[in-house]
Write a protein that binds this ligand. Structure first.
Ligand SMILES: Cc1cc2nc3c(=O)[nH]c(=O)nc-3n(C[C@H](O)[C@H](O)[C@H](O)COP(=O)(O)O)c2cc1C
Length: 217
């Protein structure tokens, strides 16, 4: 049994990556971690060139990544939420799994897990629920391909402004947009997956539940 974990986060050793690795480790089976930003992957071009072969005709890393998903027994997809939606790399990866659909439904019934990091806390009075949007986007892929969604984990991450040299002078600070005009890096803090015990438990539980779902297949 093998579980493939795919992270769309381009940040080195990000919250998203660490949560995905925690979930993979908790499966207790063979796993592979993929960081999409290390690969070239374009979105689907809707040409239907994959209908008879279940292989994409675009010559980039999307073919190899889809083959990894095809060979894996379960898939955990982890993304983040620029502009309150699922990030483009993770979305492109999901679109490039379309070749696995035709005629055979090659992802059907595979257990799937979802992890999404967002900077806007859930329940924010004005801003969209970014984590929910990201989770929904991955869920829709899994649902429409007949996968078994085993679990969903939302992580509170950081606005890029916490690492930006232009803050606090910047007039368009995302940190202030989210946390109010007086927000500083010190008052908001740096949000770490490891400082969110419930989220860590949820990531490990996701891994264990994926392993349990694999045993029943
Ligand atoms: C261009 C850009 C736009 C972003 N917009 C949002 C947003 O609208 N809502 C949100 O929750 N997070 C937003 N983020 C923050 C990312 O979700 C954040 O980088 C994520 O929480 C992962 O960061 P971390 O792993 O460093 O914590 C944005 C990040 C970038 C780079």
């Amino acid at each position: 049994m093998k579980v493939l974990g795919v992270s769309g986060s381009p940040i080195r050793n990000s919250n998203t990556d660490r949560a995905l690795k925690a979930a993979l480790e908790a499966t207790g089976v063979e796993t592979e971690f993929i960081k999409l930003s290390k690969y070239n992957i374009s979105p689907c071009i809707a040409c239907l060139g994959c209908v008879d072969t279940n292989l994409c005709i675009q010559k980039d890393d999307g073919i190899m990544l889809a083959e990894k998903a095809r060979e894996a027994d379960a898939l955990i997809v982890a993304g983040y939420t620029p502009y309150s939606s699922l990030d483009a790399r993770t979305k492109a990866f999901l679109e490039r799994l379309y070749p696995l659909r035709h005629q055979k439904g090659l992802m059907q019934k595979k257990p799937g897990g979802i992890i999404v990091t967002c900077a806007v806390p859930q329940g924010h009075p004005m801003l969209p629920n970014a984590c929910e949007n990201g989770i929904n986007a991955i869920s829709y892929y899994m649902m429409e391909e007949g996968m078994e969604i085993v679990g969903k984990v939302a992580i509170l991450g950081n606005a890029p402004c916490v690492r930006c040299h232009a803050f606090p002078g910047c007039e368009t600070s995302g940190l202030r947009m989210i946390f109010g005009p007086e927000a500083t890096v010190e008052s908001v803090g740096i949000h770490s997956f490891e400082d969110q015990p419930e989220t860590m438990d949820a990531a490990r539980e996701l891994g264990r539940d994926i392993a349990a779902a694999l045993k029943t297949r």
